[in-house]
Structure formats: C-alpha cells, structure tokens
Design a protein around this ligand. Structure first.
Ligand code: PLP
Length: 471
C-alpha cells in the first residue's frame, strides 16, 4: 500500500478497488446533473472512442450523435492529434504567456485564425474554453469603451434561451433563466435579455418577415429604453445551440448588426458551437449570415475537443483602441495562466490541418443537408412539432399537440426516455427539456445519419406506444 492509499483507506470506509463507475458516482460533481436521480443511476462511463463512435464501460459501441458535446468535429481517437500533442509537450510544454513572452504554436495559430475568420478579426485573446472566452469578450468591450472615453457604455444585450457558458458572467449572459436559481444574480445591472429568435415559436399566423421586423423593433426599443449611450454590445449565437437549435428568421443577424452599427454598439458572435465546420464553414457569421462581427468567440471545435482552448477574436478597430497606453506604465490587465497554451494551440493547428486536408467543411455541408432532409420524416410522428437546423445542427421539438404547440408534461420525461431508447438502439442524441438535439462529428456518413434518424423514429414510436398504454 502506498502512503496515499493508506491515508485514503484510513480516511474513508470505501474500498480502494471500486470501479470507475463507483468512484465517479461518489466523487465527481458533474455539470448540470439531477442529483435526485444521479446517486441511483450514476454515469454512463465512456472508456474508448474512435471515429464517430464511443464505447461505454459495458462494452457497448454507440454512434456519437452529439460529437462529445458539439465539439469532436474531426472524430475521436486521431493518431495525428496524439502525435502533435506529444511532440509539442516534448518540444516546449509550457511557459509564461504574460507581458511580452510568447510561444510558437500560439503565434502560428493567431495568424491562422486571422486568415480563417471574416473581416478584420486579426487579433486573438486565448482562453480555456467558451465561457472564459465570453467573459473575456465582455471585459474587452468594457475596456474598449473606457479607453474611448465612454465608460458609461457598459450594458450588454443578450437573448432569452441563448447559452454563453457557466462562469459567472457567461452564466449571466445566458438566457436560459431556470439555470440561475440559487446563485447570485451577477451582472443584473448591466446584462439585459431580449426575445430569442425562434421561428418555430413565432406568434401564430405571423410570417417570417413580420417576425423578423418584430424582433428587430424589440431590439431598437430596448436600446432606446436603456439609452444608446449606455449600451456597449449585443451578443448572439448564429443558431442558438443549447437553447434548442433555434433558428432565426432570414435576414435577422444582418439587420441586428445594422442596428448595432447605427448605435455604436459592438456585435459579438458566439460561434463556440457554429464555428469550425458545424455549419460547413469555418465561421457562420459572414459566410452564412452576412454579418461582420466586431468580436467572434470560438472554442470547442477549435481543437475538436482534444484539449481545452477558447479564442476571443477582435477586430483591428478594437485592437487599435485597447492597445493604446491607458496611462504611463498602464497595462491591459487581463490574463490566464493557460493563455495560448502551446499544447492546446498545437492541437488546434493539427485539427485545422486535418479539416483542410480531408475537406471536412464541404463534407459537413453536404452531409448536414442530407441529415436535415432525412430528419424531416420525423414530423410524421404526432408528438414531433418541429424539426429544424442547419448543417450538422439538428433540433427536434416534442409537443403534446401540434396545433397549439403545447409541450408534453415534464413528468413524462419524453426527451429523456427517447434518448434512452436511442442509446438502446446504439445511438447517442441529447435530450434538453422538451427537445432533442443532434450534432454528430463532421466525419459522419450519410448511412450514419440514416442510423440516427431511424433510432430517433423507433424510439419516438416506442415512447408514444407506452404513452398510449399508460392512458
Ligand atoms: N457558448 C456557446 C454557444 C456554447 O454552446 C457553450 C457551451 O456549450 C459555451 C459558450 C461555453 O463553453 P464552455 O463550456 O467551453 O465554457
């Protein structure tokens, strides 16, 4: 017995030969977990992963229909990624990034991101993931207006149902308000929410064009109410991901950006999910939605999830302002120990190489269009109210009544039951409230898309049959 084991044995009545399942259940505080059921169910422990598949601790091989968590874009278990990561560890594992100290992969990746991103987003602030990248975006926005002599311009407008992360400010930006219970209401004085852009939820009988007018008008009115001199930025995902794959009406993003421009408000595109190929482009803002963000936030697919990394890209115009000395000897006082981590940046570079060489972006565009077409067949089920998305982002709304769009009662646990049904058929999807989300790796094939749709269809039918049986 080692010293560590003997201390653990003295300090605990739990045996040391517990399985990973038991250790996880007893010690790991999982994000977004229902503790009322977790102690009984424990976790699904994934032990191996390769390509578009994962293998759990019972040996079951499952098609990963959610790419880990919207992130394993190039697929699991790539030797080339392992080699790039190992080589960087051996070359130069880590060194201080603060002040005027840098490293090769962070510099190479900065230049690469400037090439891949739209417009003049030529400067990158690195973080450890999407939440910290959004946090940094807000700090940079505030600093930018302070440096322009407008310190009162601090308010940020975000959207209901938007998801921007789990650090305190990113959670405050998030518009899934049920997630905030029990926590301090950080940022209430400067973060405001307007309606989600959600075509399916638009008022009955309203055209998409009229809905877009309504949303833009709401935004203008909120700016008027808060005072344009107080509003600093608007933050939006091109397609709202965790909120349920909510798709905005045509023209929405460019019109929202035009409102921002008229009012000297910065436009922040949160492309943590939509970036790096999920919609068939490096970034969706410009290529798909004709918007030119002042700040673009990226994470997840930037390394395909192999190593944590986030990147807040900022325009030349913002850089020119924030790089002025604030006072003699004054410095830009934000920074993380793992800013521009060389191993993470080397992983991102290898990830981008793979995406380019294997032409994964056009592949995702083509396979994504196929998935969207095939999934429409799910609308034949009585409880499927809507099937929507773009590229390899698919959302399915479950309803009790298609005409009224009334949701299924929460106690029926429809999405959770259908998710379990899919798992038993060898496919992982993601249940979120009354919705199901699909976001497979970009390498997914059309045959695998068919397998996802079949598993969903059979599981939905089985759920409906058990519902009828219970009635
Ligand atoms: N922004 C969006 C759009 C996201 O979907 C997420 C995570 O799902 C985040 C930000 C937060 O990223 P992270 O979990 O890496 O902090």
């Amino acid at each position: 017995m080692t010293i560590v084991q003997s201390v653990a044995a003295v300090g605990s009545d739990r045996p040391n030969n517990r399985s990973a399942f038991e250790k996880d259940r007893d010690h790991v505080l999982h994000p977004y977990t229902d503790f009322s059921t977790f102690a009984a169910t424990g976790s699904q422990i994934i032990e191996k992963a390769e390509g578009a598949y994962v293998v759990d601790n019972t040996g079951r091989r499952l098609l990963d229909g959610i790419a880990g968590l919207w992130c394993v874009n190039i697929g699991h278990g790539r030797r080339e990624m392992a080699d790039a990561i190992a080589a960087q560890v051996l070359d130069m594992d880590y060194y201080n990034p603060f002040g005027a100290s840098g490293n090769v992969p962070a510099a190479e990746l900065g230049a690469r991101l400037a090439e891949l991103s739209p417009g003049s987003l030529n400067h990158v602030y690195y973080t450890c993931g999407g939440s910290t990248a959004n946090d940094a975006a807000i700090r940079i926005v505030h600093y930018y207006f302070a440096m322009r002599g407008k310190p009162g311009k601090r308010k940020i407008i975000s959207r209901n149902n938007g998801y921007h992360g789990a650090t305190y400010v990113a959670a405050a930006l998030t518009g899934i308000h049920g997630t905030k219970y029990g926590f301090a209401q950080v940022g209430e004085d400067f973060i405001h929410h307007i309606s989600a852009a959600d075509c399916y939820a638009r008022p009955e009988g309203m055209s998409e064009e009229a809905y877009c007018d309504l949303l833009v008008r709401e935004f203008e009115m909120r700016i008027e109410q808060l005072g344009p001199q107080n509003v600093a930025a608007f933050i939006a995902e091109p397609i709202m991901g965790a909120g349920g794959v909510l798709v905005a009406p045509k023209g929405y993003h460019s019109r929202m950006q035009a409102v921002c421009r008229r009012n000297d408000i910065l436009y922040i595109a949160d492309e943590v999910v939509t970036g790096f190929g999920r919609l068939g482009e490096w970034f969706a803002s410009d290529a798909i939605y004709q918007t030119q963000p002042d700040i673009l936030v990226s994470a997840k697919g930037i390394t395909s999830g192999y190593i944590p990394l986030g990147a807040t890209l900022i325009s030349d115009e913002i850089y020119d302002v924030i790089s002025r000395p604030q006072c003699e000897g004054g410095v830009f006082s934000i920074g993380l120990t793992y800013f521009g981590h060389p191993v993470a940046c080397a992983a991102a570079l290898a990830n981008i190489d793979i995406m380019e060489r294997e032409r994964l972006l056009p592949h995702a565009a083509k396979t994504g269009a196929y998935l969207q077409r095939q999934a429409k067949a799910l609308l034949a089920h009585d409880i499927v109210g809507d099937v929507r998305g773009a590229g390899l982002m698919l959302g399915i709304d479950l309803v009790a009544d298609k005409a009224t769009k009334a949701p299924l009662p929460a106690h029926e646990k429809a999405s959770e039951t259908i998710f379990q049904g899919c798992v038993s058929r060898g496919v992982i999807v993601r249940p979120v409230g009354n919705r199901l989300i699909v976001s497979p790796p970009l390498i997914v094939t059309e045959a695998e898309c068919d397998a996802i749709v079949s598993a969903l269809s059979e599981s939905i039918a089985a759920f409906m049959a058990s519902r009828r049986g219970a009635a």
